[in-house]
Write a protein that binds this ligand. Structure first.
Ligand SMILES: [Zn+2]
Length: 445
């Protein structure tokens, strides 16, 4: 039997307790005496959270292994405290069949550092014209529940309606990249407003997002099915979601760490590291997003981790690829911009970064409370540790890190996935444990 004792952790930031983990399950909470042969993880003063769950990552495999692989993305996820990540379908080939979904699942299991959950495409080839094999993906070994054409909007209302009807019987959800392609033109590369005017860059307006979200919540009401709004970026979208939830419509939403912290004026230096889709918005939108996460209008934080090879990102602003890294810094950003000012406490962080995304994504074994009988997925956080982000030290294969050089307060020091320590920098960044790739059983912990 594999035994692990986690000593002296503050559960959700409150009282201190020891945890005994046996064969991947929490079997004792309180004052635990160390059984012989048990591994001991000293967590004195650290905040213990249920393992973080990310509804939105791009792992680039298959197809763009020069930017990221499931192995490097899993390592970045473990370093960021994540025990499950949802891998978006815009790979090459696209995850639009049962076989493709199972391949992603299997590659993730072979790495064993985090649970890699495939997201299925809504439409074949992400082309927006014909529904993908939603039912076959749902019935496959990968048991796909989250479907998204992310990178593209499911802009055809009829296709969106059919998809919502199709997934309803098996409890699926459509995660929508809300962006009307007619309002947000192909050339658009930043928020439409004062800054885009000054830079002479084609912008895309908040209404391109808001109008699709408004339509989709009405389609969710009409079909009685479930919509999830990916990467909410404007105050107007928050208003629509707040209204929809008040009507009892089954809608959930996520916000990225970068939309909670970074504003559109960063683009004044034309640095493509800040080029992202949806774009960075003005400060008043950032304020509204923080308030919405704090009051529960936005359910979850999701990174939209989007690695890009240098030759795709280091271009003139208009030509550079959209996207930023996010897995390794997410908790630190949330700690810095939400916990430190008192907008969220650690129990709230557990909700928005673990239990809510697990529920939205249909993962019954993730995001559970730190109690006897729960699978041992945990993240240990030092709330006071200041970290200065170094893009060159990333586990990701890519370096498009907008946080490089910034100092953030709050850091993940260790991650436990299925009772196994997958990340540990408690003794300083230089003493990271060597991680071996596990040959996992495939048991659904
Ligand atoms: Zn997207």
């Amino acid at each position: 039997m594999n035994r692990l004792v986690i000593r002296g952790a503050r559960l959700l930031g409150t009282e201190s307790a020891d945890l005994l983990v046996e064969d991947g399950v929490i079997t004792e909470v309180g004052s635990v005496s160390t059984p012989s042969g048990a591994e001991v993880l000293d967590a004195d003063g650290l905040v213990a959270l249920p393992g973080l769950v990310d509804l939105h990552v791009h792992l680039r495999e298959p197809g763009r292994e020069d930017a990221e692989t499931i192995a490097t993305g899993s390592a970045a996820a473990a370093a960021g405290g994540f025990t499950a990540v949802f891998a978006m379908a815009n790979t090459s080939p696209v995850t639009d069949t049962a076989e493709a979904a199972e391949r992603v699942l299997d590659l993730g299991r072979a790495c064993g550092l985090t649970e890699v959950v495939p997201v299925g495409a809504v439409t074949k080839g992400l082309e927006g014209a014909e529904l993908a094999e939603l039912g076959l993906m749902a019935r496959s070994r990968a048991q796909v529940r989250v479907f998204s054409d992310d990178g593209h909007c499911v802009h055809d209302a009829r296709i969106m309606r059919r998809a919502l009807e199709y997934i309803k019987p098996f409890g699926g959800v459509i995660s929508q990249h809300a962006q009307d392609p007619r309002l947000a033109g192909r050339e658009a590369c930043c928020h439409e407003g004062e800054v885009s005017g000054r830079l002479g860059l084609p912008g895309w307006p908040g209404i391109a997002e808001e109008s699709i979200v408004a339509r989709d919540v009405m389609l969710a009401r009409h079909t009685g099915s479930r919509v999830h709004v990916a990467h909410v970026s404007t105050a107007g979208t928050v208003e629509v979601i707040r209204w929809a939830k008040a009507q009892g419509i089954d809608v959930t939403a996520e916000v990225t760490p970068h939309h909670l912290a970074l504003t559109t004026d960063l683009l004044l230096g034309y640095d493509p590291v800040y080029k992202v889709n949806p774009p960075l918005r003005p400060a008043e939108d950032v304020e509204a997003l923080r308030a919405a996460l704090a009051d529960g209008t936005i359910d979850a934080v999701a990174t939209d981790h989007a690695p890009h090879a240098r030759h795709d990102k280091e271009h003139a602003f208009v030509d550079a690829a959209f996207g930023m890294l996010g897995l390794e810094t997410a908790l630190s950003v949330v700690s810095d911009v939400m916990v430190r000012p008192g907008l969220l406490d650690w129990a709230d962080v557990a909700r928005v970064m673990s239990s809510a995304p697990a529920r939205i994504g249909g993962l019954a074994h993730q995001g559970r409370e730190l109690a006897v009988g729960s699978p041992a997925h945990l993240t240990l956080v030092d709330p006071d540790r200041e970290v200065t982000v170094d893009a060159t030290a990333s586990r990701s294969r890519s370096r498009n890190n907008p946080w490089h050089g910034r100092t953030l307060r709050g850091a993940v020091l260790a991650t436990v996935h299925r009772g196994r320590v997958t990340h540990d920098v408690r003794n300083g960044a230089g003493t990271r444990r060597e991680l071996t790739t596990a040959t996992t059983s495939g048991a659904d912990l």
